[in-house]
Write a protein that binds this ligand. Structure first.
Ligand code: PHE
Length: 358
């Protein structure tokens, strides 16, 4: 076949490619995208050097033999130059990234946010701790209770108004309910220890449930700390001493208390204990319902019927029991006027208790 390209024309083409390669200055290319542009311009499918190599086929055979290696050498040299430039640019960009994203390992770290106990939990622990220091041990009972342990064993007659579904959350039919007070643990503790015939001192802290209208001083879910002492010859004077001492420990030595006669079917005599309002000078305010006093617990001497029903001989044993309203104590301890603040989980409120570990 006759050659279609003359050697002179090819030499010219070679010289053009060589000089435009020279002008492109591969070694000095400023960045990787530009380097890629250069590669495509010369070595791409339609690149200048590619075309030159393709045109070799149109030369005479002896020219092809001579010029083929020359053109190939140009390609090899360009590829080497491109690779070297690529290495240089990649190294530079790595160095820049390292420099810009540098981390100062000697800087002190940020303090991670730390969880803490809820103020109601710490109050509950404080109440329990005061009684534990007085020799009480810790007992717990179920939230889901039967009518017997929540009511009947506590000498609450079948028609007692507290059993009314208006006050009690019944779960299914009539025999399962959410306990309305922690006094169910009195019964369970009495039952469990009846056979041992040894004196008892327990505190039973926990959550209780009532079908209440929610307001600044009432909630449908709240907390109580129940206390129960059974021994030989203990009575109302011991109860009063334990309560007065514990309230002074909890709320301060100057705490003024008032023991009001009251009625609970499971204690006789019974009392409700009020603390002088911390929010007003005793003149009355919304927090004390304008009475100057805040009720924080119910208590009394254990009704002999309750003891005998749980297997204790009331001729030998006497006892006293009390139930603290934890929310009320927390309100007094921390000056919180609205009980709902404890339940809304507003961090601005909760963070105020950050340093408040007991
Ligand atoms: N269980 C009573 C209440 O819920 C409080 C109480 C406990 C009273 C123990 C006397 C003895 O109000």
């Amino acid at each position: 076949m006759e050659p279609t390209t003359s050697r002179a024309a090819w030499d010219q083409a070679y010289a053009r490619v060589e000089s435009s390669l020279h002008a492109a200055g591969v070694a000095d290319t400023a960045d990787l995208p530009k380097l890629e542009e250069v590669r495509v311009r010369f070595l791409g499918r339609k690149g200048e050097l590619t075309e030159l190599l393709k045109s070799l086929k149109d030369l005479r055979l002896d020219d092809k033999r001579e010029l083929g290696p020359k053109a190939q050498a140009l390609k090899t040299a360009l590829e080497a130059e491109l690779a070297a430039a690529k290495d240089r640019l990649e190294e530079a960009s790595d160095a820049q990234t390292l420099n810009e994203d540098a981390v100062d390992l000697t800087l002190p770290s940020l303090r991670p946010p730390r969880g803490r106990l809820h103020p109601l939990t710490t109050t509950l622990h404080s109440i329990a701790a005061v009684f534990q220091s007085m020799g009480y041990s810790w007992a717990e009972g179920p939230f889901i209770e039967d009518e017997y342990h929540n009511f009947s064993a506590l000498n609450m007659p079948d028609d007692h108004p507290a059993r009314d579904s208006q006050d009690t959350f019944y779960l299914d039919g009539v025999n399962r309910l959410l306990r309305t007070h922690t006094s169910n643990v009195q019964i369970r503790t009495l039952e469990n220890h009846a056979a041992k015939g040894k004196p008892l001192r327990v505190v039973c802290p926990g959550r209780v449930f009532r079908h209440e209208q929610i307001d600044a001083t009432h909630s449908a879910v709240f907390h109580q700390v129940e206390g129960l002492v059974v021994d030989r010859g203990v009575g109302f004077a011991d109860l009063k001493g334990h309560l007065q001492a514990s309230l002074e420990r909890l709320l301060g030595a100057a705490t003024k208390t008032r023991f009001r006669p009251s009625y609970f079917p499971f204690t006789e005599p019974s009392t409700e204990v009020d603390v002088k309002c911390f929010f007003c000078p005793g003149t009355g305010c919304p927090s004390c319902k304008h009475t100057g006093w805040i009720e924080i617990l119910g208590a009394g001497v254990v009704n002999p019927k309750v003891l005998s029903c749980a297997g204790w001989d009331p001729e030998k044993w006497t006892g006293f029991a009390f139930g603290f309203g934890v929310e009320r104590v927390a309100m007094l301890m921390h000056g919180v006027r609205d009980l709902r603040d404890f339940y809304t989980n507003d961090l601005r409120f909760l963070r105020q208790f950050d340093e408040d570990f007991v």
